[in-house]
Ligand binder design. Structure first.
Ligand SMILES: C[S@@+](CC[C@H](N)C(=O)[O-])C[C@H]1O[C@@H](n2cnc3c(N)ncnc32)[C@H](O)[C@@H]1O
Length: 176
């Protein structure tokens, strides 16, 4: 794995392409070159919201499905309350990271929270790295961590078309 902070400061260095997927997932992101395991792809950028604000957005519009917990309790003493825990929501503002689609369990990217220098060490940059060797033109995916079978209806925003043999959210996986 490349050293997080410095790699992120250099920005995106691989050839990425936004493309329209054939499987009903809308736009996706792929690499034009082969990549080794541990390569930095891009940051996941978006609006920083408290988890309460995000919950309100999700209640009004189920499109806010791809949000990532930014800090929770890892940089602080103890557990944060909902209104203090921060999330990144790339729905309205973001970078190419917002085109990375979900894949159940065997996605080829992982999100690594990278510490940046702030006085309270409360904020992280969310960096996407390859979790395995990736071939040229392969779609880049990450596991959103959605509980498709959960009781939280706010999280059932789409039928998963990831194609993984471990898929937990396809139209035929519903327990309803
Ligand atoms: C962060 S966006 C990813 C980019 C999106 N495909 C687009 O066209 O803008 C997340 C949305 O993409 C779609 N999506 C992502 N992964 C999917 C999957 N495995 N199956 C079906 N739809 C997916 C869902 O509509 C989801 O709400």
């Amino acid at each position: 794995m490349q050293c997080g902070n410095r790699v992120i400061q250099r920005g995106i260095t691989c050839n990425l392409q936004v493309f329209f997927t054939n499987e009903g997932k809308g736009w996706g992101l792929r690499t034009l070159d082969g990549l080794p395991k541990g390569a930095f792809i891009c940051e996941l950028v978006g609006e920083v919201l408290t988890s309460s604000e995000l919950h309100e957005r999700k209640a009004k519009n189920s499109k806010h499905v791809d949000q990532v917990l930014l800090d929770a309790s890892w940089g602080s003493e103890g557990v944060l309350r909902d209104e203090e825990a921060l999330c990144v929501d790339p729905t309205f503002y973001g970078n190419v990271g917002r085109f990375v689609n979900h894949r159940c369990y065997d996605a080829n990217l992982v999100i690594i929270p990278v510490e940046v220098e702030t006085p309270d060490r409360h904020y992280y940059h969310l960096a996407l790295f390859t979790a395995k060797k990736i071939e040229a033109f392969e779609e880049l995916t990450r596991d959103y961590g959605i509980d498709f079978d959960g009781t939280d209806d706010l999280n059932k925003a789409f039928d998963c078309m990831c194609g993984s043999k471990y898929c937990r959210g396809g139209p035929n996986n519903s327990k309803d």
